[in-house]
Design a protein around this ligand. Structure first.
Ligand SMILES: [Zn+2]
Length: 132
């Protein structure tokens, strides 16, 4: 009794699988599938966590610098409350932010920042809604 042999496979072998071999439809390519897998892998997740941690460090440093740069508090030209914080972030960058109404102004000097804040009254500015 002889073991039956399978019929010879005469399908030509190709060295490059087609996207269909991956079960991919549409415009997906092997490259996009690999990129998708890489973006979900543990290294990618660790990379995203590192980036998030780095961004948090930068935000913390910015906040610390801002706190150190506070040079005073003025009366807000929009709401009239004495809660307009004045920050001198650099020699040529002054920032005014009202903790009461959210109004703000900026300029290359204290005078310019004040003028900017005054010209922007009732324009709907609110630094608290700004995305960073
Ligand atoms: Zn205000």
């Amino acid at each position: 009794m002889t073991t039956p042999t399978e019929p010879a496979d005469d399908t030509p072998q190709t060295s490059h699988p087609t996207p269909g071999d991956y079960g991919i439809r549409g415009s997906a390519t092997p490259e996009s599938l690999i990129l998708e897998q890489l973006s979900q892998g543990p290294k990618a997740q660790a990379c995203r966590r590192s980036k998030a941690a780095l961004h948090q460090l930068i935000r913390d440093a910015e906040q610390a610098h801002k706190a150190r740069s506070r040079v005073g508090t003025e009366t807000c030209p929009q709401c009239g409350q004495p809660h307009l914080a004045h920050y001198r972030l650099t020699e040529r960058f002054h920032l005014l932010e009202c903790a009461h109404c959210g109004h703000h102004g900026r300029g290359t000097s204290a005078t310019a920042a004040r003028a900017d804040a005054e010209s922007g009254v009732d324009s709907g500015r609110d630094w608290r809604g700004a995305t960073d």
